[in-house]
Design a protein around this ligand. Structure first.
Ligand code: GTP
Ligand code: MG
Length: 186
């Protein structure tokens, strides 16, 4: 078999507290749904998976993990190994207007699970979403999360402020996926 032609599936995790915009980001980016049609999304229950075939060889399997307190308590504990193992790319999505302690609490859990199950991952992004909102304080949110990044992942994590409403999100996310795909085309 020609290894260059071997098809590969790359696993992507998108997690974060409820209402941060994870499902909206995915639908806007990969299903071309406009923001005006994403304003009444229901909270995701459990995990929703979507396949994104980037080209003939590379398909991304994107895991959207529901972020309500119940979901996170259950999923990050009972299914942590299933969710966090073999990750190629991970996103933690935070809303630019929510500075609650609970967001930080789940960020710490997210980081801990990454270190346990996917410690060699090279691509982790903190997406600070909804920067279009009037009370957006993306710098404060970023600072409150950054201090909890484990030392061994400090050089791996990038912070990206974005807004689906303003339309900056899709281009940024697709660029991230394309850059990862390039690593597998060499
Ligand atoms: N103003 C603004 N609202 C946004 C943006 N992105 C998402 N939203 C809104 O935020 C709400 C929640 O979005 P979801 O994508 O359902 O949030 P989620 O993170 O998937 O939530 P869970 O599934 O409960 O974890 C929706 O009403 C979206 O329209 C944005 O960039 N700006
Ligand atoms: Mg959702």
């Amino acid at each position: 078999m020609d290894l260059k032609q071997e098809k590969i599936i790359l696993k992507v995790l998108i997690a974060g507290f409820t209402n941060s915009g994870k499902t909206a980001i995915i639908r806007n980016t990969f299903q071309n749904i406009k923001f005006t049609h994403l304003e009444h999304l229901k909270p995701t229950r459990g995990i929703e998976r979507l396949l994104y075939p980037l080209n003939e060889r590379i398909t991304f399997s994107i895991w959207d993990v529901g972020g309500t307190i119940n979901s996170l308590n259950r999923l990050f504990s009972d299914f942590a190994d299933v969710i966090f193992s073999e990750l190629e790319l991970a996103f933690y999505v935070a809303s630019a207007v929510e500075t609650w302690d609970i967001v930080v609490k789940f960020f710490k859990k997210f980081m801990r699970n990454i270190v346990i199950y996917s410690r060699n991952i090279h691509n982790i992004y903190i997406l600070i979403n909804k920067i279009d909102l009037e009370h957006s304080s993306e710098d404060i949110i970023a600072d409150s999360l950054v201090e909890h990044i484990p030392d061994q992942l400090r050089d791996t994590i990038k912070i990206v402020p974005l807004s689906i409403k303003e339309g900056s999100s899709k281009r940024l996310i697709i660029k991230i996926f394309n850059e990862i795909a390039k690593l597998y085309q060499k």
